[in-house]
Design a protein around this ligand. Structure first.
Ligand code: DQA
Length: 146
């Protein structure tokens, strides 16, 4: 089983970026925790961070056809990334949307997610642990939620 992990714009700055909002855990630490958990679960991970919507879409086009699930934090693309939204719709691979912060407790423009209606589910506000929970859910390989 292969699961994709996608981190969108500015998430490479985690650890130093608005630590009061996003915490002090770095992206490398999150990826390390995901890789450790994936080994325990016997799942292969393919991870991308990009600040470019096009690069994320190219990665999804290339990798998603051979993947069984996607963990994605689209960053601000969540709120305006129509091309990313269309790519996720076209690929039809189950995905879980993750946000470190609780986007519903922040500015109003962050409350709208273009991608969440297509997602199997959304985890928002649980910090880096949200990524691990999303991975565990997708690794179960059951997407009916029961
Ligand atoms: C974020 C929330 C987004 O609104 C923001 O643009 C991000 C990070 C989060 O993980 O909480 O870049 O996706």
């Amino acid at each position: 089983m292969k699961i994709l992990v996608v981190h969108g714009p500015n998430l490479n700055l985690l650890g130093q970026r608005e630590p009061a909002v996003y915490g002090t855990t770095t992206l490398a630490e999150i990826d390390g925790a995901l890789l450790k958990r994936s080994e325990e679960l016997g799942v292969e991970l393919s991870i991308l961070q990009s600040n470019s919507e096009g690069a994320i879409i190219d990665f999804l086009h290339r990798e998603a056809p051979s993947a069984q699930g996607i963990v994605i934090n689209p960053g601000a693309l969540t709120h305006y990334g129509l091309s990313l939204r269309d790519a996720l719709a076209a690929l039809a691979v189950p995905f879980v949307e993750v946000h470190l912060s609780n986007i519903y407790a922040r500015e109003k423009w962050r409350h709208r997610s273009l991608t969440a209606p297509l997602a199997r589910g959304q985890i928002s506000g649980l910090g880096w642990r949200g990524y691990i929970m999303a991975l565990e859910f997708l690794a179960e390989g059951r997407h009916d939620g029961k």
